[in-house]
Design a protein around this ligand. Structure first.
Ligand code: PLP
Length: 413
């Protein structure tokens, strides 16, 4: 390969792609363009911009679309969408949204209509589950739940469900980190007469450690509120595809729904992208050290963490599709809810809050919070027992975190 056609690595490209300082009066970091509307150089240019937006005319070679109105597109969305592509293997198009739920809702509604079905893995993020079971069902879309990690059942559901248009996989699953084989779900989708799209909620391990598009999935979905944002200070979502044709209806719906990420939030998210790998690497190393040490604490019944999997199929999936185990683990405490609450009460470094992926360590009790509305039967499937606490490990020194967890566990026996 000659020097000129050498492709930069992701950690370089995230800083060099998609941003031209000349368009921000030479500033080294992008300006924030807060305008709601854009001035056309000529009436003909306005006419052409709308024809392209409406799909009546196609962009010429090397031509870029004129900006029109910020509900459709704006420079800060374009910049962050271009800069996120190098981080996601096999990505060609990205769209940013004002929350993870907005990204998931828009991707599903762009590719489904009444009479269609979506096969989805459980446990699933609570909001996504409510979206499918409590909302899309009213609009004539059938949701077919299937247990995450159960590869045979997932194959059957994909092949046997009439009008299956989308397979939605969330892996690893919250809070037990059960993994689902993405490549195998793609292979099952390939067997269908009309191939459903495979969408993967990649919030927990992506974009650093898990690459759904490279495994054949069509859409990678993110709550960018979590690791991408990384500081627990913005709400954002992203949909990323490996085919521009899969992105086209998603963008069209976003323009209609008005759930594009605002310029200021785009700027914030963009400033977080160059460090997402650094942060996730540190968080994963911290979590692995701590999780593997806490296994032997007398207050702990079980630690859920990818390097501690015992089921051979789960170990196989982890080795096949994840580069590193990630920054989340859960502890099941012998003393049930009482011990779990005592543990939370005694933490000094970790904070008792839901959400995850920030630089600070957050700990929650899923049974009484994030999973409190879930039925007893589903709790059984998802392994959310009374003694379970979920930990999102931050970038603090792991020795301080371990000491904090140990003193809190000592008091929780
Ligand atoms: C948080 C989360 C969501 C929802 O994202 P928001 O940004 O809160 O809308 C979806 N999926 C997973 C796995 C999440 O953790």
């Amino acid at each position: 390969m000659s020097h000129s056609d050498r492709k930069p690595h992701p950690s370089t490209a995230v800083l060099t792609a998609g941003f031209d300082p000349a368009l921000s009066v030479g500033s080294a970091r992008p300006a924030v363009f807060r305008s709601s509307t854009y001035v056309f150089p000529t009436p003909e240019a306005a006419e052409r911009a709308f024809a392209i937006l409406g799909g009546r005319e196609k962009l010429g070679e090397g031509e870029t679309a004129d900006l029109i109105y910020s509900r459709f597109n704006h420079p800060n969305a374009e910049i962050v969408e271009a800069q996120i592509l190098p981080l996601e293997k096999a990505a060609v198009a990205a769209a940013v949204f004002n929350s993870g739920m907005a990204a998931i809702m828009t991707a599903l509604m762009a590719h489904m209509k009444p009479g269609d079905a979506v096969v989805y893995t459980v446990p699933l993020y609570g909001g996504t589950q409510s979206l499918i079971q409590g909302f899309l069902s009213m609009w004539g879309i059938t949701g077919v739940p299937v247990r995450g990690g159960d590869s045979d059942a997932i194959d059957r559901a994909i092949v046997d469900t009439p009008n299956c248009r989308v397979v939605l996989v969330e892996t690893p699953a919250n809070p037990t980190l059960t993994m689902t084989d993405i490549a195998r779900a793609v292979a099952a989708a390939d067997k269908c007469a009309r191939r459903p799209l495979v969408m993967v909620d990649n919030t927990f391990l992506g974009p650093a450690f898990q690459h759904p598009l490279a495994l054949g999935a069509d859409v990678a979905l993110y709550s960018a509120t979590k690791y991408l944002g990384g500081f627990s200070d913005i709400l954002a979502g992203v949909a990323i595809t490996r085919d521009p044709e899969v992105m086209r209806p998603i963008r069209a719906r976003r323009g209609l729904f008005g759930n594009i990420l605002a310029p200021d939030e785009c700027w914030i998210l963009d400033s977080r992208l160059p460090t997402v790998r650094l942060r996730m690497n540190r968080q994963s190393k911290n979590a692995q050290r701590i999780a593997e040490k806490l296994v032997s604490h007398p207050a702990v019944r079980k630690v859920y963490y990818p390097t501690l999997f015992e089921d051979p199929e789960q170990i196989r999936i982890r080795l096949a599709q994840c580069d590193y185990p990630g920054g989340l683990f859960s502890l099941d405490l012998h003393g049930g809810k009482k011990s779990a609450f005592e543990f939370l009460r005694r933490l000094k470094v970790g904070r008792n809050a839901v959400s995850l992926g920030g630089v600070e360590t957050l700990v929650c009790h899923p049974r009484s919070t994030t999973h409190s509305a879930v039925s007893a039967e589903e709790l059984q499937v998802s392994g959310v027992v009374d003694g379970l606490v979920r930990v999102s490990v931050g970038i603090e020194d792991w020795r301080d975190l371990l000491a904090d967890f140990e003193q809190a566990l000592d008091g929780a026996v």
